[in-house]
Write a protein that binds this ligand. Structure first.
Ligand code: PRP
Length: 212
């Protein structure tokens, strides 16, 4: 687009935290804090332009080059396997991808396991790796309802505090993979804006080290 670094931020609580990290690293953009419904903000002095993007769409913007870099959850990267560079673990937005079920669930290996999830690819790969036949039931949200209503035997979903599982009498059966927010880059943009992108990644790494 131009000389500015185009950054796709995930809209919402995580995005605000991530913006604060960019700001602390020297990529401030004061207008982003003004109330309103605007989605694009830029600060030419700091060399950045920010977009607020639905969190699950950030990787699409970056993969296709509509944004040079962005911040996406490892869950989205594992699920959609976009063709882009994963540059840095921001160590925020931490949670786990897990298998959960009703407390009295006992797996019967003789039967195909019914798995409800939003993360079809992650679930298929995980059960393939353990050699278990499954029947995927793809849902778009409120996954916890599925085992309660007998729609599935287990769910594969994100567990953060564990409150949703607890309040619905479900429990973690198996942890699949830890999740956190990652700084990602478009491959062509990385080639053309290497110095700017590496400069930013360097500052982020420094901040993480100081914080550890
Ligand atoms: C996610 C996830 C769980 C919940 C886990 O749902 O699907 O339902 O958060 O968090 P907890 O362990 O802290 O309770 P989200 O809020 O994204 O909504 P969803 O129903 O659309 O998946």
């Amino acid at each position: 687009m131009d000389d500015l670094l185009n950054v796709a931020l995930p809209k919402g609580r995580l995005g605000e935290k991530v913006y604060a990290m960019f700001e602390a690293a020297g990529y401030e953009c004061p207008s982003i804090k003004e109330p309103g419904r605007k989605l694009i903000f830029e600060n030419p002095a700091a060399g950045v332009r920010y977009f607020w993007v639905k969190p699950s769409d950030v990787a699409i913007y970056v993969e296709r080059g509509a944004a040079d870099i962005g911040v996406a959850g490892k869950d989205i990267l594992l699920e959609y396997e976009p063709d882009l560079y994963e540059l840095h673990d921001l160590d925020v937005g931490k949670c786990r991808m897990a298998v959960a079920a009703k407390k009295d669930f006992r797996d019967n290996p003789a039967r195909t396991l019914r798995v409800a999830t939003k993360f079809t690819n992650i679930a298929l790969k995980y059960y393939h790796s353990v050699g278990r036949d499954i029947d995927i039931i793809h849902l778009n949200g409120s996954i916890e309802l599925a085992p309660i209503l007998g729609l599935s035997d287990v769910i594969v979903d994100i567990v953060e505090t564990g409150a949703t599982l607890k309040e619905n009498d479900l429990t973690v059966v198996e942890e699949i993979v830890p999740i956190s927010a990652r700084l990602i880059a478009n491959k062509a943009a990385y080639r053309f804006k290497t110095a700017a992108i590496e400069g930013l990644v360097g500052k982020m790494r420094e901040m993480r080290q100081n914080h550890d």
